[in-house]
Design a protein around this ligand. Structure first.
Ligand code: NAD
Length: 443
């Protein structure tokens, strides 16, 4: 099929590349000239395992094209995806300006019957706005062209996005139009392992499904962080509690890890946007508000542990920081807990030597040159001249470090473990003071 995709970020680029991989003819369009130029040269600016070679292979095979020209993209396609950002507005609701700008562009240049697919995460009712925007533009041109707007929220995870797209748990299609759902079924047929994974529903339910999924996952995380806070206070170890509850299949092992709070471009903004939707409809979303409040508190907790150890004497201290990305296997630092921690450490007069396997250039872009941040080449390099180690992103390579080397390098021999990667007893044996999340036994 001939497909065009507006937006070549994490979602648009993965979608375009995976659709090309199974044989569709794809044009990816973005307003960012530098990004498009880079992609034409085979340079992928985001880190996503397996993505770059797939982009190059499909580009070389002539199935995947990149352009800044929306007219060419719209003329090419029978299916047009909208996969641009929906960042939070000032009041927490989703900012639809990019989505509606694409809708306007489509309306201005559409010349053949087209299926318009909204893949961005958007509040309930957005498909109606997209439809009205395109219709207005067509009316302005006096053009009577058939088009249908379908909702198709995306569930890929950064860090495993290609795999998620190629082997989805489910594909959600929101439409009441049988022809549109049939077309989407053909488009996605190579990815659908069983019929029940292709779920067709009305547009509003599809739009809400995406928010419900992210809010549920964020709720699990905040719930566990609340249990961690209680565990710490009552002298229990939340890691024991986690192991004690995860084996119950009704609870499950996933997303019950306490930590430094959730971040990234989706959970924080989607929980907020869903809460705003509820408020706009006269509802008080008590649970969603609490999920967010717990997360905000949790993002401060590592710094509180640092203060508990050092008191108010952080000025002049140097901290090694392992991890910057909001989670492993990505370079994304949007709403990352590391950012709050860095601001707190800097405000207290501390220096930071940070290492992240993939996010250093993103940190450089965000923070620029500053005397209180050194971006290091390895985790051990970050320890040089540091007083203490703080771990905030659970990259695999941090799981089994050489504790003897850490103890030897740090002036104060103390680890603040924001992801509970380490065994407090093992660290005690290595002569390292240990602070974890919700580990009341060891505090
Ligand atoms: P992103 O910020 O990485 O990428 C958005 C891209 O859209 C940018 O390259 C930008 O230049 C481009 N763009 C903006 N306006 C444009 C226009 N008029 N025409 C063409 N391109 C334009 O965003 P993302 O992380 O890929 O997220 C996109 C959407 O998907 C959001 O709604 C997000 O909530 C949702 N989503 C994201 C993820 C994720 O893990 N990142 C997962 C599922 C859903």
């Amino acid at each position: 099929m001939r497909v065009s995709i507006f937006g070549t970020g994490y979602v648009g680029l993965v979608t375009g590349t995976c659709l090309a991989e199974v044989g569709h003819e794809v044009i990816c369009v973005d307003i960012d000239q530098a990004k498009v130029d880079g992609l034409k040269r085979g340079e992928v600016s985001i880190f996503e395992p397996g993505l770059a070679p797939m982009v190059r292979a499909n580009h070389d095979a002539g199935r995947l094209h990149f352009t800044t020209d929306p007219v060419r993209a719209i003329a090419h396609a029978e299916v047009v995806f909208i996969a641009v950002g929906t960042p939070p507005d000032e009041d927490g609701s989703a900012d639809l300006q990019y989505v509606l700008a694409v809708a306007r562009t489509i309306g201005q240049h559409l010349n053949q019957p087209t299926l318009v697919v909204d893949k961005s995460t958007v509040p309930v009712g957005t498909a109606d706005k997209v439809r009205a925007t395109i219709a207005d533009e067509l009316a302005r041109r006096g053009a009577g062209i058939d088009f249908t707007v379908v909702s198709n929220p995306e569930f890929l995870k950064e860090g495993d996005a290609v795999n998620d797209f190629m082997r989805p748990d489910r594909i959600i299609i929101g439409t009441d139009d049988a022809e549109a759902s049939e077309k989407m079924r053909r488009l996605y047929a190579p990815f659908v392992r069983s019929r029940e994974r292709f779920v067709v529903m009305d547009v509003r339910s599809a739009e809400l499904t995406k928010y419900a999924a992210n809010a549920m996952l964020a709720t699990k995380i905040s719930f566990m962080n609340e249990i961690a806070t209680i565990a710490e206070r009552v002298g229990a170890d939340v890691e024991m509690v986690r192991q004690g509850i995860g084996s119950d299949p009704r609870i499950g092992w996933q997303f019950i890890y306490p930590g430094a709070g959730y971040g990234g471009s989706c959970f924080p903004k989607d929980v907020q946007a869903l809460a705003r939707t509820a408020h706009q409809h006269g509802l008080q979303p008590r649970l969603l508000d609490a999920v967010e409040a717990v997360n905000e508190r949790q993002k401060e907790h590592l710094f509180e542990l640092v203060q508990r150890h050092y008191g108010d004497t952080l000025a002049g201290k140097t901290f090694a920081l392992w991890g910057l990305a909001f989670k492993p296997n990505t370079d994304d630092m949007r709403a990352a807990p590391s950012r709050r921690l860095l601001e707190q450490l800097w405000a207290a007069g501390a220096q930071v030597r940070a290492f992240d396997p993939e996010a250093s250039s993103e940190a450089q872009r965000i923070f620029g040159e500053r005397s209180d941040l050194v971006l290091c080449d390895s985790e051990y390099d970050a320890l040089e001249g540091a007083d203490a180690l703080i771990l905030i992103t659970e990259w695999k390579q941090f799981r089994s470090p050489d504790f003897g080397r850490i103890a030897g390098a740090l002036t104060d021999s103390v680890i603040f473990d924001g992801r509970n990667l380490y065994d407090p007893d093992e660290l005690e044996e290595a002569g390292i003071a240990y602070y974890g999340i919700g580990r009341g036994r060891s505090l």
